[in-house]
Design a protein around this ligand. Structure first.
Ligand code: NAP
Length: 274
């Protein structure tokens, strides 16, 4: 049971909206399980500069950063991890003395989730989508030495991300003719309420031994159900969410995250919200 004292270090999430976030329950469960004098709350923040000033002035120890502030927060920090700088997005801030440091754990979470099924170095991965998540995942896979093919709906945006990732781009409609070691859905296709949608025809899935969907609401997307029928190894959206959170916990505490506690918290929230 969480207890707040005068010594309690405060963590949180800044973004807009944040009331739906799964992070407060996940991180508080982890702090509680490790008996840490820390608490995590959601801060709805419209003004990112004001939010960072508040973090500095109120002595907040660390925050998660979510939409729409992941890019805009960067110039407001004292330092940023090199990979986060390359991605151009920060999802984690940690206080180091009087300084605020930015990191990105989305790519770490995605790499860890995929690495459970595949040796990343030298593998070819087809990423669907060219939004914020595809960007973090793409830069992360590059760090790990994977070869990337990017497929997305809007040509201009997709081509620009492919240029930055130094990989090839194809229109989403041509993705079904591809073959790769893994397929990652980094679009929002299949997300509730459009649960009958899928970004890839079922018949094309046999060309991908591993299929990962980062959509986590619902956890069993149509893409993953059809991937099961095609005999693919499947990774659901909870894995990336969990591992990015575990990496944040490690940054904030210097300790290994209690993964099972965090996984149970996420599952309870995702099943509870059905
Ligand atoms: P985003 O920046 O808005 O990007 C969305 C991407 O989806 C864009 O590339 C967009 O295409 C594409 N898209 C949307 N509707 C489409 C459609 N009908 N047909 C084809 N492409 C479509 O969003 P994001 O932040 O990357 O998030 C994407 C999904 O990942 C969301 O469902 C989110 O909940 C989930 N997510 C999961 C995790 C996790 O840890 N598991 C973390 C972050 C996000 P265009 O390129 O044409 O715009």
């Amino acid at each position: 049971m969480l207890k707040i004292y005068g010594t309690t270090q405060v963590y949180g999430i800044i973004g807009n909206p944040v009331s739906h976030s799964l992070s407060p329950a996940m991180h508080n469960a982890a702090f509680d399980a490790c008996r840490l004098d820390k608490a995590y709350v959601a801060f709805p923040a419209l003004d990112v500069a004001g939010a960072v000033a508040a973090i500095r002035n109120l002595g907040i120890a660390g925050v998660s950063v979510t939409i729409p502030h992941k890019q805009a927060v960067i110039p407001l920090l004292d330092s940023v991890d090199p990979v986060a700088a390359r991605i151009g997005a920060v999802n984690t801030i940690v206080r180091r003395g009087q300084k605020l440091h930015g990191a990105n754990t989305d790519w770490l979470g995605a790499n860890q989730a995929l690495a459970e099924a595949l040796k990343l170095a030298g593998s070819t991965v087809l990423i669907l989508g060219a939004g914020g998540s595809a960007r973090a995942i793409g830069f992360g896979l590059r760090e790990a030495g994977a070869k990337i093919i990017l497929a997305s709906r809007t040509a201009e945006k997709g081509r620009e991300l492919a240029r930055q990732l130094d990989c090839s781009w194809i229109p989403l409609k041509q993705a079904e003719c591809q073959k790769a070691d893994a397929l990652i859905n980094a679009t929002s296709v299949g997300m509730s309420p459009n649960v009958d949608a899928t970004p890839m025809p079922a018949a094309a899935l046999v060309a991908f031994p591993v299929v990962m969907d980062i959509v986590y609401a619902p956890l069993q997307t149509r893409l993953l159900r059809e991937a099961a029928a095609a005999g693919c190894h499947r990774i659901d959206g909870l894995a990336m969410l969990l591992y990015q959170g575990a990496a944040q916990f490690a940054i904030w505490t210097g300790r290994e995250a209690p993964l099972e506690i965090m996984r149970r918290s996420l599952l309870a929230q995702l099943v509870g919200s059905k």
